[in-house]
Design a protein around this ligand. Structure first.
Ligand code: NAD
Length: 503
C-alpha cells in the first residue's frame, strides 16, 4: 500500500503568527509512531528566523516586564482555562506524534496544569524582602526582576509538560520566552502558542522556533538571549551547559536517568510488582522518571520477577489512540532499533532474558515502532544494559543482599534523577531517604515527580546547574535580584570617608 502524501507543514510561531511553513530551506519529518509513517513536515529555523524571534522577544519583554502583576495574572488565568478546555486536544496531539497512549498523555496535561496553577499566583512569587533601619534612617530591600529573553530546549518525551515547566515561571516573572521543542513532536507547543495569544498575551512574549543543533546553537550564541533551560539526554545537557556558560548565559540543563527501585524482602510484593510494571513500561519506558532498574534485596528477586512476568502477560500493546492499549510504540525507528540493540547486547553479556519484546507484532500496525515489554534478571553492574540509559520498555533486575549494598549501587551510578524504595519498614525507608544519592525519592511510590508547587531536579549527571526546575526554584531561575539601599532623611548625613557601617 502506498503511503498517503504528506499535506501538513508545521511552521514557527513568531510575533503572534505562524511563519516559515512554506519557504523553509530545510524540513524535518514528523512521524506517526504507531503506523511508522510520516504525518507532517516541520520547518527548521535558519539564522534569519532565530534573529527575528529574538528581536521580537526583546521588544515584547520591555512592555511585558512592567505590565502590572494583576494584569499578568489575568492572562495566566485565561491561559489556564484555555489549556484545560483543550486538554483532550493536547492529549490527542501528544499521543499522535509521541506514540504514548492518550490517557497517559492526559496525565501529562494535568501535571502541566499544576505548574501553570502555581505560576498564576505570580504576584506572591514576585515579592521581594525589606529590612528597615539597617542603619540610621536607612532601609534595604530586594526586588525580583525579569532576566530578559529566555530560551527553552525541550525533549520529545513530554512535549507539553516540559515546555510548561520552563515558560510558566519565566513568563509569570515578566520574561519573554522562546521554546525550541523536540523536532519529533512539536505540535503541542504550537497549540500552546495559539492559546497564549487567545488568552491575551502580547505578541512576542511566547514564541516557538523549530530545528535541530543549528537552532540550539544559534539561540545560545545570540547576544540578546539571557538564559537557557534544557531538558534532554545527558551528553546534550552537558554540551548545552558548557556552551551556555561560555556565552555568559544563565543556564540549567537537566539530563538523563537510570532510576533504581529498591524492593526490600518485607515489601508488599504485589504492590511492588504493580508499581514496577507501571513505572517501567508506561509510556514505553520513555520517561525520565521511568523505573529502568529494579534492585531486589535479600531474596525478594524470585517473587518480584514472577509477579512482574504475570503482569507483563496481561499488557496490551497497541496504538496510543486505542483506549484499550496499555502501552504504545516508541517514538521512531532509530529509538526502536537502538532499544533492540541493547536487548541483544544484554543477552550477549550474559544477563537472563526473562521476557523479550523484540518480536512483537501489532495487528494492522505492522510498520509501527513497537517494542514489547522486556525483562532481564541477574544483571551485573559492568553490563552495558546497566551502565547506559536505554529509554525504552526494558526493565533490568540486580540482586543484592542488603540495603547498604543497594544504596552503594545507587551512589556509584553516574545518574541521580529519581529512585524509590518499597518496604514496610519505617527504619529502612528513613535510612534510604536520608542516605540515597538522588534528587527525587519515592517511598512506596515508583515515580516521585513532585507536584507543581515543589521544584523538580536530579543529582549528578541528571542535572547541570544549581537550581531545580519550575516551582519556587523556577521563579529564582527566571528572576534577578536587585538590592536597594535607601535613605530618606532631611538631615544631611555628613561627609565620612570610612566604609559605611550600621552605626
Ligand atoms: P535529546 O537530548 O536527544 O534532545 C533534547 C533536545 O536537544 C531536543 O530539542 C533536540 O532537538 C536537541 N538536540 C539534540 N541533539 C542536539 C545537539 N547535538 N546539539 C544541540 N541540541 C541538540 O533528548 P530526547 O531524546 O529528546 O529526550 C530523551 C532524553 O531526555 C532522555 O535522556 C531522558 O532521560 C531525558 N529527559 C530528562 C528529564 C529530566 O527531567 N531530567 C525529563 C525528560 C527527559
Amino acid at each position: 500500500m502506498e503511503a498517503p502524501a504528506v499535506t501538513k507543514t508545521v511552521g514557527h510561531f513568531i510575533s503572534g503568527a505562524v511563519v516559515g511553513a512554506g519557504d523553509s530551506a530545510k524540513y524535518g519529518d514528523i512521524f506517526d509512531p504507531a503506523r511508522g509513517e510520516v504525518q507532517a513536515r516541520l520547518a527548521f529555523a535558519d539564522q534569519a528566523i532565530i534573529d527575528k524571534a529574538v528581536a521580537a522577544a526583546k521588544k515584547a519583554h520591555k512592555a511585558w516586564s512592567v505590565t502590572p502583576l494583576g494584569k499578568r495574572a489575568e492572562v495566566f488565568f485565561a491561559f489556564r482555562g484555555l489549556v484545560k478546555a483543550h486538554a483532550d486536544d493536547f492529549a490527542r496531539i501528544v499521543s499522535s506524534e509521541h506514540g504514548k497512549v492518550v490517557s497517559d498523555a492526559g496525565g501529562e496535561v494535568t501535571r502541566a496544569l499544576e505548574v501553570i496553577d502555581f505560576a498564576c499566583n505570580l504576584a506572591h512569587h514576585m515579592k521581594g524582602e525589606i529590612s528597615e533601619n539597617v542603619s540610621n534612617t536607612i532601609d534595604t530591600y530586594s526586588l525580583k526582576q525579569s532576566v530578559g529573553v529566555c530560551v527553552g530546549i525541550t525533549p520529545f518525551n513530554f512535549p507539553m509538560m516540559v515546555p510548561v515547566w520552563m515558560f510558566a515561571p519565566a513568563i509569570a516573572a515578566g520574561n519573554a520566552f522562546i521554546v525550541k521543542p523536540s523536532e519529533r513532536d512539536p505540535s503541542a507547543s504550537m497549540l500552546m502558542a495559539q492559546l497564549w495569544k487567545e488568552a491575551g498575551l502580547p505578541d512576542g512574549v511566547f514564541q516557538v522556533v523549530h530545528g535541530d543543533k543549528f537552532a540550539v546553537d544559534a539561540l545560545i550564541e545570540h547576544p540578546d538571549v539571557a538564559s537557557v533551560a534544557f531538558v534532554g539526554s545527558t551528553p546534550i545537557a552537558h554540551y548545552v551547559y558548557e556552551k551556555s556558560a561560555k556565552f555568559g548565559k544563565r543556564v540549567q540543563a537537566l539530563g538523563g536517568a537510570k532510576n533504581h527501585m529498591v524492593v526490600m524482602p518485607d515489601a508488599d510484593m504485589d504492590a511492588a510488582a504493580d508499581a514496577a510494571v507501571s513505572a517501567a513500561y508506561g509510556s514505553a519506558g520513555q520517561r525520565c522518571m521511568a523505573i529502568s532498574t529494579a534492585v531486589s534485596v535479600g531474596g525478594a528477586g524470585d517473587a518480584l520477577m514472577a509477579k512482574i512476568r504475570e503482569r507483563i502477560a496481561g499488557l496490551k500493546i497497541g496504538p496510543g489512540s486505542d483506549p484499550t492499549s496499555d502501552m504504545g510504540p516508541v517514538v521512531n525507528a532509530a529509538a526502536r532499533d537502538k532499544i533492540k540493540g541493547y536487548i541483544a547486547q544484554g543477552e550477549r553479556e550474559g544477563a537472563s532474558l526473562l521476557e523479550d519484546g523484540r518480536d512483537i507484532r501489532v495487528l494492522d500496525y505492522e510498520n509501527g515502532f513497537f517494542v514489547g515489554p522486556t525483562l532481564f534478571d541477574d544483571v551485573k553492574t559492568d553490563m552495558t544494559i546497566y551502565k547506559e540509559e536505554i529509554f525504552g520498555p526494558v526493565l533490568i533486575n540486580l540482586r543484592v543482599d542488603t540495603l547498604e549494598q543497594a544504596l552503594e549501587l545507587i551512589e556509584k551510578n553516574p545518574y541521580g534523577n529519581g529512585t524509590s524504595i518499597f518496604t514496610r519498614s519505617g527504619t529502612a525507608a528513613r535510612k534510604f531517604q536520608n542516605e540515597v544519592q538522588a534528587g527525587m525519592v519515592g517511598i512506596n511510590v515508583p515515580i516521585p515527580v513532585p507536584v507543581g508547587y515543589f521544584s523538580f531536579g536530579g543529582w549528578k549527571a541528571s542535572l547541570f546547574g544549581d537550581l531545580n526546575i519550575y516551582g519556587p526554584d523556577g521563579f529564582k531561575f527566571y528572576t534577578r535580584n536587585k538590592v536597594v539601599t535607601s535613605r530618606w532623611n532631611d538631615a544631611n548625613a555628613g561627609m565620612n570617608l570610612g566604609f559605611p557601617t550600621h552605626k
